[in-house]
Write a protein that binds this ligand. Sequence first.
Ligand code: SF4
Ligand code: SF4
Length: 277
Amino acid sequence: MIRHPCFDETAHRTVGRLHLPVAPRCNVQCAYCDRRYPCVSENRPGTARRVIPPEEAPDYVEMALTLEPRIEVIGVAGPGDPLANEETFRALSRVREAFPRLKFCVSTNGLLLKEKLPDLVSLGVQFLTVTVNAATLETASKFYLWVRYQGKKLTGKEAAEAILSCQMEGLREAAKAGIRIKVNTVLVPGINDAEVGEIARRVWETGAHLMNIIPLIPLGRFRDRRPPTEAELRWARRLASRFMPQFLSCRRCRADAAGVPGEGDSLQTILWAAAIS
Ligand code: SF4
Ligand code: SF4
């Protein structure tokens, strides 16, 4: 088993990861995301203090490894969708040249997964996190306000069809390619709580390995929706666990998270300061 803090509960407290904030743009608009406010102080996914140019990635990694030798995984998780930004591939390629032994991990909404899979494989990406929030078109059309796909901006049912089919095909192909896959699902009461089991069943059938159900952080179109209670979250995880293993230690990391999950932000703060100066 290759160790990764977000795929293995035992590695979660001992192995470090470094997110490269190199991917600013996104090709979809999720109803719970508001990227107008690049967040500097909150800990939530999609936030980064600064986007770094791909050319700076090897130095950034070197600095982080000097300060925290337990870092084994380099991830790209935003602040937009990593696969919608060529900078992701340029940054990982440079880091691969400089540090051939590091493990690579990428997060995505899945829209471009099948298309970009050959590039991910050739860069040696071994871990993927794909966010899948819906099993049905009706629910997907509530989650995705628009989707930009093959040069067109799609909305409503068309957007839902495009993203759901891309996610499922991408997951199947990535699993066939031998990549270890975690599916994130944002739990929103009254929107997708009734289909959590069906999402788990479908993604498990594609060959995904692990599921991570995370509570809504109310933002964007969903800013007035309430997050699930602890009991609702437990119930959803129990239901989904009938179909696939559940990851329970997620910290909902920022797009520039650094270090061993849960050990505080000191490394992140030093890297911010160095990147700005
Ligand atoms: Fe990979 Fe996501 Fe963990 Fe970052 S938080 S290392 S992208 S699984
Ligand atoms: Fe925001 Fe990520 Fe959704 Fe893009 S895919 S809109 S960055 S949450």
